[in-house]
Design a protein around this ligand. Structure first.
Ligand SMILES: [Zn+2]
Length: 379
């Protein structure tokens, strides 16, 4: 399941894919720019003015981050072409993440989506290497040759790092796809790939500590940082898969509230609040008129109406009228219900079977069910 973005800036939309930037990315961009302009370029290619180093440092940093974006876009575009749904990319710390709405449908899809990123980075690396050689041949050596050499190197490094076999890195996803194919179980494959991810994370952190003792403080801290991040991502990726598999298996009909308490369309709002919402503690009720469901009334909808106007309103005035977007069938999966709730921004859906109103399914109900399932599995 895609994580909820914590602190992201919306940037642009490319080929229908929303590109977001996590705040952590701005810090990393600043660090990369500074280390290139004040460290790497002046040391490797001495004899130029400071302003020149900052100009090429900026160009190199922007192209570096564009390369990361290109890598993620390639994952997303291959995914979308295969019929998966990837509509968002978030760029953060040491790379990016293309958000799949759920897990890939089969091991082959996973394999193609995961391979697209490192392949694109290698292609970019070769491209920048050719450009570097072309600029070197065309004129005498200039700082621009240095920029393109750096970009060739960094893209190949990006491909190699991402190919490390720890989930959720691309290499870990390739490993998961292979195990998934062999074992036929995405849970088992994810558990193993996430194990490798954790091992890899500890390895990176240990390497970081060794580097610090060896005198490379910044490089060491960087490795520890990446290791910590990877460890968290491996754990939450695994949890996400388990929750998603649980949701995929349950049916709406099994976890809905059958024959829930309903509100009459003509009930006055203060009456509904007093005798239903506050008394029964539910966040929303189906609204009926002449025995048929006509909509949903939630606390959220009531709260949008100014307090002084509420005494003059009835349930039918403030409810969300029933339409296909808030209806769901009992044989749909819990996952489909959650995605629909998310898409239509409603915490509850009306369950309709053969044109008949049979129940209500709520986000809090699904969440409670998954919590109980996870608790039972852990015990
Ligand atoms: Zn990747």
């Amino acid at each position: 399941m895609a994580a909820i973005p914590r602190s992201a800036i919306r940037l642009v939309k490319i080929a229908g894919i929303q590109i977001d930037i996590d705040y952590s990315w701005l810090i990393v961009f600043g660090l990369v720019l500074w280390s290139l302009a004040a460290g790497y370029f002046p040391q490797a290619y001495p004899g130029y003015a400071a302003s020149q180093y900052w100009i090429i440092g900026l160009v190199a940093a922007v192209l570096f981050f564009s390369s990361v974006l290109f890598h993620e876009l390639c994952h997303a575009m291959v995914g979308n072409r295969l019929g998966e749904s990837i509509d968002r990319i978030t760029l953060f710390i040491f790379g990016g993440m293309a958000h799949l709405k759920g897990e890939p449908r089969c091991a082959e899809d996973e394999l193609k989506i995961a391979a697209a990123g490192p392949l694109s980075s290698i292609v970019l690396g070769v491209f920048f290497w050719l450009v570097a050689n072309a600029t070197a041949i065309a004129g005498q050596f200039s700082l621009w040759t240095a920029v393109f050499r750096y970009l060739a190197f960094i893209n190949v490094a990006l491909a190699i790092f991402n190919l490390l076999p720890g989930y959720p890195l691309d290499g870990g996803r390739l490993l998961r796809a292979a195990l998934w194919k062999r074992w036929g179980s995405i849970e088992r494959a994810t558990a193993r790939a996430a194990d490798w991810g954790r091992t890899l994370a500890w390895g990176l952190m240990a390497l970081g500590i060794l580097e610090i003792f060896g005198g490379a403080l910044v490089g060491g801290l960087w490795l520890i940082f990446i290791g910590l991040f990877l460890r968290g991502a491996a754990a939450s990726g695994y949890q996400g898969t388990i929750v998603e598999q649980t949701l995929q298996r349950i049916r709406v009909g099994d976890i809905m509230t059958a024959r829930p308490i309903t509100l009459d369309a003509e009930i006055a709002i203060p009456d509904a609040v007093e005798n239903y919402f506050l008394k029964l503690g539910h966040g929303g009720f189906p609204v009926t008129a002449e025995g048929r469901v006509v909509g949903i009334l939630s606390l959220q909808l009531i709260s949008r109406c100014p307090v002084e106007e509420r005494p003059h309103k009835r349930a039918r005035d403030l409810m969300r009228p029933l339409d296909a977007s808030i209806e769901i069938g009992p044989s749909e999966s819990g996952l489909a219900a959650m995605q629909q709730m998310n898409d239509v921004n409603s915490g509850r859906l009306i369950v309709i079977d053969n044109g008949q109103f049979v129940g209500l399914i709520t986000l809090s109900g699904i969440t409670r069910f998954v919590q109980m399932k996870t608790q039972l599995a852990a015990a």
